[in-house]
Structures are given as C-alpha cells and as structure tokens.
Design a binder for this molecule. Structure first.
Ligand code: COA
Length: 177
C-alpha cells in the first residue's frame, strides 16, 4: 500500500499510562519477545532477522525504531525504514504491531503516525508498506490513514475487492469500492 504526500502530523492522544519513545540500547530482547507475541513467531528466528537488519542496514538507526510502552513494558512497535528496492523519494513502514493484550486502543495508529512523521522528517515524499489479506485490523488502520492499495493486476483487484467487502470500506482505486 502507498501513502502519497507524506506530511508530519500531530501524534494522537491515547489512554493514560501509554507513552512512545525511540529505540535505546538494550531494547533488542524486549523487541524480540514483543514481536514473537505479535506474529506468533519463533524468538530465535526473529532475533536473527532483527539483528541482521540493525547490523547490516544503515537505513535503520536508533531514532527510526519506535516503541509504545505501558509502564516499563514494550507493547507496540514500528520502524521507519528505507529499502534499496524503492524509489529514492519513498520510505518504508516496517514491523507495525501491538501486543494482543493492548489492542483496540489506537496504539497501532499512534506508532504508525510516529513512523510516518519520522519518514517525513527524513525527507521522503511517499510511504510504502506490504501487508497480507488476512490482517484486517492493519488494513483498516492503513486505509483509515490514507494508504491506498497498489493494484497492478486482476488478481489484486479481486483480493482488494474482497477486503473492501469484509471491512465494509471503500477501497481507493476500485470503481465499485
Ligand atoms: C494492526 C494493529 C497494529 C492495530 O492495532 P490497534 O491500534 O490495537 O488497532 P485496533 O485494534 O484499534 O484496530 C484498528 C481498527 O481495526 C479494527 N479491527 C480490529 N480487528 C479487526 C478484525 N479482525 N477485522 C476487522 N477490523 C478489525 C478495529 O475495530 C479498528 O477500527 P476502528 O478504529 O474503526 O474501531 C494490531 O492489530 C496488530 O498488531 N496486528 C498484528 C500484527 C500486524 O498485522 N501488523 C501489521 C503488519 S503490516
């Protein structure tokens, strides 16, 4: 999905007790546990992937990685990335997720706005992300935020039409919504 005309916007208010900050040394363990909870994945594989990204890609610096915290616990995350595969003016929204116990409080919105603001601050004009058809909460969030699908063929048109039907939302770029 793509968001054109990337512009900084105010961070939304969320319930008391939640706060947002960027990465600090020592956060890796917390990130791995949190991400494994969010995606139901294997911690060792997530750790390897995460550390590789941090070590090998200079386009993810500490100030590009965001955490939503509840007290001392990391309960949400998102990363402002720049992938070599995209055009120079296009930043990438990576690893947006909120702990299952803390969903439904607009924390995903909070962390996504923080990531988009960071991408805007880095000078990107557009933001791209990849997601999956079954991630309905994420798709709804991104559509609400102005992201539009990149519909390149008939198969994608059919899949997006199904998403629109399931979410009861109009999908930008589809004539029938
Ligand atoms: C996507 C995610 C970050 C959103 O977290 P959140 O801020 O807690 O968002 P909410 O739970 O408030 O849900 C956002 C919207 O989706 C809706 N929603 C939640 N679950 C849904 C579902 N199963 N089907 C349809 N809509 C759903 C909510 O009602 C809300 O819409 P609303 O504002 O109109 O009420 C969170 O669901 C998550 O971490 N999912 C797993 C990881 C993931 O898919 N990440 C995205 C990778 S691209």
């Amino acid at each position: 999905m793509i968001l054109e005309n990337l512009r900084a916007q105010p961070l939304p208010e969320v319930e008391p007790g939640y706060s947002i900050r960027t990465y600090r040394p020592g956060d890796d363990d917390g990130l791995v546990v949190l991400w494994a909870e969010i995606v139901g994945g294997d911690e060792a594989a997530i750790r390897k992937q995460w550390l590789e990204l941090r070590r090998e890609d200079p386009n993810v610096r500490d100030e590009d990685v965001f955490f939503v915290r509840y007290g001392d616990h990391l309960v949400g995350t998102g990363t402002a990335w720049k992938r070599a595969s995209e055009p120079p003016d296009t930043g990438y929204v990576h690893m947006i997720g909120v702990d299952g116990a803390h969903r439904g409080k607009r924390l995903g919105f909070l962390v996504t706005v923080a990531v988009l603001n960071r991408l805007a601050e880095r000078g990107y004009k557009r933001a791209l992300l990849n997601t999956d058809d079954h991630r309905l909460a994420a798709l709804k969030l991104y559509l609400q935020m102005g992201f539009a699908p990149v519909i390149e063929n008939e198969e994608l048109r059919v899949r997006w039409s199904k998403v629109g039907h399931e979410l009861r939302m109009k999908i930008p770029g589809l004539e029938d919504g």
